[in-house]
Ligand binder design. Structure first.
Ligand code: HEC
Length: 125
């Protein structure tokens, strides 16, 4: 009697597992995935500036005079010295957690992407 119950249970489990795996087809995600974080303006803008800086650093009177949505003006911004992250206030501030103001500091990977971007001469794409 006991044996029969155990056999029955394992059969049930087998059926349940079989069902689960057959209905668990992995669908391909469509859209909505931000570009991978790399040292380009397009990637840093989508992954860091837009979600974490835009609310203060865009518009007619952006905080600190820095409008991060404006790629051409960033190229000449005194806060970013092309090729020289250590001299760039933008890099110094995110590295030291001063920016984003009032929010958690950027991750090491995010700081590194900004470093690479400035070091490599601020590539747009
Ligand atoms: C809550 C608003 C807010 C957010 C969010 C924010 N900032 Fe700022 N930021 C400011 C203000 C205000 C200033 C002007 C200086 C100050 O008051 O500290 C400033 C100044 C700066 C400066 C110029 C500093 C200088 O000495 O000239 C840089 C560079 C900067 N922010 C980078 C960033 C970056 C990068 C992000 C996103 C990762 C960010 N900020 C997010 C408010 C913000």
């Amino acid at each position: 009697m006991k044996k029969v119950t155990i056999v029955g249970l394992s059969l049930l489990l087998l059926v349940a597992c079989g069902k689960q795996s057959s209905s668990n087809q992995s669908g391909v995600q469509e859209g909505g995935t931000p570009p991978a974080l790399t040292g380009t303006y397009a990637s840093i803008d989508a992954n860091i500036f837009q979600p974490l800086c835009y609310r203060c650093h865009t518009g007619t009177n952006p905080a600190g005079g820095d409008d991060f949505s404006n790629y051409p003006s960033l190229l000449t911004s005194y806060d970013i010295v092309s090729g020289n992250p250590e001299q760039s206030q933008l890099y110094i501030d995110v590295k030291n957690g001063v920016m984003p103001k009032g929010g958690p500091a950027l991750s090491a990977v995010q700081v590194q992407a900004i470093y690479d971007w400035i070091k490599n001469g601020l590539p747009q794409h």
